[in-house]
Write a protein that binds this ligand. Structure first.
Ligand code: SF4
Ligand code: SF4
Length: 609
């Protein structure tokens, strides 16, 4: 064993390697992304790792490996579980042979997601056991427990960290590589009565799963991770039930309090450890449940009280004592505890900042300086000026095209939805020119099916693929269009243009969006074509390929019209006190877009790539 200072995601990755994982798949999504990336960096040669095209594919790859007896891991964020839910629901009925962990990172807040859905609830819905770590060290150990549990039960097990666990840091003891568990999978053994899902098998296995979960709830009640901490005053009749990072917040908020109540920390929310909960409830009159997202513990305790006729008042989200949505914090928990315990001093509980700490600047989300997506949106906007349009966006950096002054994202629902939304709108409003913007990674993840649907059903719309040759928003992961894998192999690229032509589109044009006049002319020409047509705006992400030259404004020529600022909104363009505009050289990438927009040619010096 040795000590490392690790991020939660890195700790879970090392936990998986220590557990002998052999196959790892996933789709990048904050806050889960670094788990797979760390495994790719730290793996031994016998560990296979891939970024799959979406979460459904990743889960199926991991399931196949587990069918063959290997330990496998699939990683995703909470909305990714929606994509993977179809195979996951059936997989629980089929089961696995090797241990299989489904790591789903939840995002209370949400800080970087569309939803605040709670995977603990999804676990109950799919009947799959779920482990809920409170910190980095526990996440490392729980990953290994999850593999053990999965293999023993023959069921996938969900490990569900939240953002603060994923991105928190701790110094923890981890196994040396020589101590990692060896794994020798038996291989796939044909047995249609086991591996082929039929209604008869589902009926039989559903009953077995229910019986197993009832037993498991009792077994997990003895799991030391479901811990009970005694009250400082043994005569106290109140308790706090909590989970995840909220457990740490409760302790921080109580630090210095006159008395500390009995605390239950639930680390295995499904199946609910009722026997442990009954030990906790014994002799209590009132309990406050401090948890994030859904009231899972609160409902578990209410059910336990009902079943066992206990006269304990359970408070939490359902009673309005805990905020119904959003992230908890030491401050919010302290406020709730102040009311619950009648100790006003707890309301001010929060980490104190030094008096001279600078205020953080307010930074609204914005496309990077030099981002080629800005040029793409601007070209479409110029080409379609005056027309009745709808711009259907998607999930990625380019969702930021909704911001002023571009205003080029009228809808955004979920990965790959933009193409189908555009089709739906034009079914109702055929006179609207519909555009669907999709990134290159999202195109492969779930955009393709929408294009097939649009083409087959003879929709009339323009697909705009914003191809920056990477999965930029989550940290530049490769995808089938980049020509390399997560294992570092150089492979044949999947050509988006060839895919579109293969589907049947006859009008597919590829153009560099930073060539503004050509880009505008292309949009006008392609959008005028009937049916489904496509423009691929191809230019690399500025984080990958930065030109050496930068643009500068000649103050003698600048007339202060602010056209560059008001049309493009590039953060490197800075209005000056004298009414003119200057360029912040630390941000400018010299993309030349503003040079092409300036009516008096006051800007020069950039280098288009
Ligand atoms: S050249 Fe102009 S538009 Fe491009 S990054 Fe520099 S300031 Fe921004
Ligand atoms: S568009 Fe040209 S003239 Fe107008 S403010 Fe910008 S740099 Fe100056």
């Amino acid at each position: 064993m040795h000590t490392e200072f690790l991020m939660g995601n890195e700790a879970m990755a090392l936990g998986a390697l220590a557990a002998g994982v052999r196959v790892v798949a996933g789709y990048p999504g904050t806050p889960s992304t670094e788990v797979l990336e760390t495994i790719a960096k730290r793996r031994r040669d016998d560990v296979y790792v891939e970024w799959s095209v979406n979460e459904k594919s990743g889960l199926e790859v991991a399931a196949g490996a587990a069918y063959a007896g290997a330990r496998s891991l699939v990683t995703m964020k909470q909305v990714g579980l929606n994509v993977a839910s179809d195979p996951l629901m059936s997989l629980e009925y089929i089961g696995v042979k090797g241990g299989m962990v489904v790591l789903v990172a939840d995002d209370p807040g949400p800080i970087s997601s569309q939803t605040e859905q709670d995977t603990r609830t999804f676990a109950a819905y799919s009947k799959i056991p779920v482990l809920d770590p409170s910190g980095v060290d526990e996440a490392y150990h729980m990953m290994q427990e999850a593999f053990e549990l999965s293999e023993r039960l023959g069921s996938p097990v969900i490990l569900r960290p939240t953002t603060r666990v994923d991105h928190g840091y701790e110094s923890i003891e981890v196994a040396d590589e020589a101590e990692w568990k060896a794994c020798s999978p038996e291989g796939f053994v044909k047995d249609p009565s086991r591996w082929v899902i039929f209604p008869r098998l589902s009926v039989r296995n559903h009953a077995a799963i229910e019986a197993r979960n009832a037993n498991l709830a009792d077994e997990l009640s003895s799991d030391p991770a479901n811990l009970i901490e005694p009250a400082s005053d043994p005569t106290s009749r109140i308790g706090i039930a909590t989970q995840g990072v909220s457990y740490g917040y409760v302790h921080e908020a109580l630090d210095g309090a006159a008395t500390s109540p009995r605390i239950l920390r639930v680390a295995t929310p499904f199946p609910f450890p009722e026997r442990r909960a009954l030990e906790f409830l014994d002799g209590l009159d009132e309990v406050l449940c401090v948890e994030e997202l859904d009231p899972v513990i609160e409902r578990g305790l209410i059910a336990a009280c009902g079943r066992h006729h206990l006269d304990v008042r359970i408070r939490g989200k359902l009673t309005g004592d805990i905020q119904p949505s959003g992230e908890n914090s030491v401050a919010s928990v302290g406020k709730a505890l102040a009311g619950f315990l009648g100790d006003a001093s707890l309301a001010g509980a929060s980490p104190t900042l030094p008096d001279d700490a600078p205020q953080l600047p307010v930074r609204p989300p914005v496309l990077c300086a030099g981002c080629p997506h800005r040029a793409s949106f601007y070209a479409v906007k110029c080409a379609m000026a005056g027309a009745k349009t709808i711009y259907c966006g998607d999930i990625g950096c380019y969702t930021l095209g909704n911001a002023h002054p571009l205003d080029m994202c009228d809808t955004c629902l979920c990965m790959g939805a933009g193409v189908n939304i555009a089709q739906g709108v034009t079914r109702v409003e055929p006179d609207t020119k519909a555009f669907a913007f999709v990134g290159d990674s999202t195109f492969f993840a779930s955009g393709i099916t929408g294009v097939v649907n649009a083409f087959y059903n003879q929709a009339d719309m323009t697909l705009v693929v914003l191809d920056n040759s990477t999965t930029a928003m989550t940290g530049h992961q490769p995808h089938p269009g980049t020509g390399k894998t997560m294992m570092g192999e150089v492979v044949q690229k999947v050509s988006i243009e060839a895919v579109l032509r293969g589907i049947g589109l006859t009008c597919v044009e590829t153009v560099n969006p930073l060539d503004h006049d050509l880009a505008v002319e292309t949009v006008r020409r392609v959008a005028a074509e009937p049916g489904v047509k496509a423009i691929i705006f191809k230019s690399p992400c500025v984080m990958l390929a930065k030109p050496k030259a930068k643009s500068t404004v000649d103050p003698e020529k600048c007339i202060g019209c602010k056209r560059c600022v008001s049309q493009l909104g590039c953060p490197a363009l800075v209005p000056q006190p004298d009414g003119k505009v200057a360029i912040d050289a630390t941000q400018c990438t010299g993309c030349t877009l503003c040079e092409q927009v300036c009516p008096v040619h006051a800007i020069s010096g950039g280098e288009r790539i």
